[in-house]
Design a protein around this ligand. Structure first.
Ligand SMILES: Nc1ncnc2c1ncn2[C@@H]1O[C@H](COP(=O)(O)OP(=O)(O)O)[C@@H](O)[C@H]1O
Ligand SMILES: [Mg+2]
Length: 380
């Protein structure tokens, strides 16, 4: 699931070797250093692969430089935490009534951890540690792993996870609970949301840009005061619920573009309370890893074909500006249908390309079929 050596650690090891100077850094040197430092055995091709994934030259940048800049600086250095210490923090005991919402490990067997996951964890964990809460808003194209990454974070930190999908008329106050009148007095039934915020948890408001700007005012108040007020509790006299210090709140949104109709750009008083994480698209190596974890019986030659087709489709969508998003989810569905007996042609259609009819782009479907013919000769 997670690599034993993080990207930052790999970079750090490379830098250490680089600082010793001389020739370009080699994979075997990194391998030796990791083995010595953490008794972890990574083979050289994995190390090379990791640097390619990170888009970093393995050999280092300062080749031949007389003296690295860092050594020249003699002034005082600000003390900074290592990211590893913040990515995972201690969680207090979870109340029984929300324990069942902690995500389970089985959901993440095919999860590929990326640097963005570690960044998100830092945003979330600073608040409980320092009292200076960050409210990350993750943004990026459909299928870049925004929703899933919040849940993964909750899983990694043993936190109950609550997902609220937003819409135009979404009202925060409606989440608080239900009131009924009994014998002339108001009875207030606290909702799961109210129970959740009183314990360590992650609350994700997904598709936050769907919410009308009028309805987003309640969110500023929640973030600013870390409490919520309801009139109905306490026999109609009202009650304030304080957010637990380990209650995290995050948001996700898709970019406003031709593909995503109906979004509202959030006003700056809302955005001003957030931190921002823009999600990258999955790289080829990441998609391969995810698919091979989900379908461990898939042989390499088939895996290659699905990945090749997937990237050909993505490229065509970009180049021809087809108003649709395809993600790992679609290619997973194609493979699932195929390994369960559908022909490759039917699996490609039902799992992926027929989405084009749903968005009224039947012409593009033909071009997707031609892409498939270039990959599976039996389709010729
Ligand atoms: N880190 C990951 N590793 C493997 N698969 C992932 C990862 N993140 C997302 N996915 C896959 O991509 C699909 C879309 O992810 P999701 O989080 O719903 O994207 P978004 O919220 O950005 O639209 C998920 O169903 C899952 O199959
Ligand atoms: Mg999402």
């Amino acid at each position: 699931m997670t690599s034993e050596v993080s990207n930052d650690q790999l970079m750090e090891v490379r830098k250490q070797i680089e600082l010793k100077g001389g020739s370009p850094v080699r994979a075997w040197q990194i391998k030796d250093a990791i083995a010595k430092k953490w008794s972890i055995n990574l083979d050289e091709s994995t190390i090379r692969g990791r640097f390619i994934e990170m888009d970093q030259p393995l050999s280092g940048k300062n080749v031949g430089a007389a003296k690295p800049k860092e050594e020249e600086d003699t002034g005082p250095k600000t003390e900074r935490q290592h990211i590893d210490n913040i990515v995972k923090v201690k969680t207090s005991v979870i109340p029984e009534n929300i324990k069942s919402e902690i995500p389970r490990a089985e959901e993440f067997i095919d999860y590929v951890e990326r640097d963005i996951d570690r960044r998100l964890a830092v945003h979330y964990n600073i608040g409980p540690v320092t009292g200076r809460y960050k409210y990350p808003i993750t943004q990026g194209k459909q299928g870049t792993g925004k929703t899933y990454s919040h849940k993964y974070y909750a899983f990694r930190n043993g936190l109950p996870f609550f997902l609220y999908s937003c819409y135009e008329d979404f009202k925060l106050a409606k989440l608080f609970g239900d009131k009924t009148i009994k014998n002339g007095s108001i009875q207030f039934q606290e909702s799961m949301f109210v129970r959740a915020i009183q314990g360590p948890c992650v609350i994700l408001f997904d598709e936050i840009n769907a919410v009308s700007n009028a309805n987003s005012f309640d969110f500023h108040a929640l973030l600013q005061n870390r409490e919520l007020f309801t009139n109905d509790a306490n026999d109609g006299q009202g009650r304030i619920y304080k957010l637990h210090p380990e209650c995290r709140i995050g948001f996700a949104q898709n970019p406003k573009s031709a593909k995503y109709i109906g979004g509202h750009i959030k006003p700056s008083n809302f955005l001003g309370r957030c931190t921002y994480l823009t999600y990258p698209e999955f790289k080829k190596a990441e998609i391969k890893t995810a698919i091979s974890r989900k379908f461990p019986k898939l042989v390499d030659s088939d895996l290659e074909k699905f990945v090749k087709y997937y990237f050909a489709v993505i490229e065509t969508i970009e180049r021809s500006k087809i108003p649709v998003d395809i993600s790992i989810r679609q290619i997973n569905n194609v493979i699932d249908l195929w390994v369960h007996g559908l022909s490759i042609k039917d699996a490609l259609e039902d799992g992926l390309s027929s989405i084009l009819e749903a968005v009224s782009q039947p012409k593009a479907k033909e071009s997707f079929f031609r892409l498939a013919q270039a990959v599976w000769i039996e389709l010729m």
